[in-house]
Design a protein around this ligand. Structure first.
Ligand SMILES: [Zn+2]
Ligand SMILES: [Zn+2]
Length: 231
């Protein structure tokens, strides 16, 4: 019989038991330890920690928290029958680019999350098969605790991506860039082009060539151009 979740510190574990590559590193600031919380259902613990943002925290190429930027994390750990229910908030500054005018965008991010981390032995409890089947879907979404520790990084990543806008804009109603020349229309609200769009001019030319009256003029003009180019 395995000893119940012993109160022994992780340092008592034989080194042989730490060879698995999946073992979490308690020195990683995004790894949290639930030993202090204990396994008595209802026990609560609050943790505040500011960590350096891991790489690629955000929507790739659109907006995200720069690597190493501070992320303030507030956690509420609650001991429940199956494991530890973690509810929390992450605050950080995200940086990106306005999708309309390409100017830099910075926004304060406030991401909420909740995740259930299960005791690895919780499946061994005497639950009826019917109940187990009903909850099979939920069970799959539960992340097992490892050595009483959990890695918040994937949870944080999902929460941050959900909280970020997929199409960040520098301001509501950003006018964007001129489709023809790329001028920033926020800075030049009166900007416009007097010249007729070249595609529109081509259509006008086509319409003209279909008209019998203008046909001669058009061909004259065309031959005139041809002569000039030949010289
Ligand atoms: Zn903009
Ligand atoms: Zn323009």
């Amino acid at each position: 019989m395995l000893p119940a979740y012993s109160g022994s510190s992780p340092h008592d574990d034989p080194k042989a038991g730490r060879t698995l590559s999946t073992r979490l590193d308690h020195r990683n600031p995004l790894v949290f330890d639930t030993h202090e919380l204990g396994r008595r259902p209802g026990a609560l613990q609050r943790i505040s920690r500011t960590v350096d943002a891991p790489r690629d925290l955000g929507v790739a190429g659109v907006i995200g928290v720069p690597e190493g930027a501070p992320v303030e994390i507030e956690l509420r750990l609650e001991s429940v029958m199956e494991g530890v229910l973690v509810t929390g908030t992450a605050r950080a500054s995200a940086e990106g680019e306005c999708v309309r005018c390409l100017e830099p965008v910075e926004l304060e991010l406030d991401a909420d999350f909740q995740e259930m981390f299960s005791y690895p032995d919780s499946d061994d409890r005497g639950r009826s098969k019917a109940v187990a089947d009903d909850e099979a879907e939920d069970d799959e979404s539960m992340i097992p605790l490892e050595d009483g520790m959990f890695d918040l990084e994937p949870v944080l990543r999902d929460a941050v991506v959900l909280a970020l806008p997929m199409q960040p804009v520098c301001r509501e109603g950003c006018a964007g860039l001129c489709a023809e020349c790329g001028t920033n229309l926020n800075e030049n609200p009166d900007h416009h082009h007097d010249a007729v769009d070249i595609r529109w001019a081509a259509l006008q030319g086509l319409a003209g060539s279909l008209g019998t009256d203008e046909k001669d003029n058009m061909s004259d003009a065309a031959s005139g151009v041809d002569e000039k180019q030949e010289k």
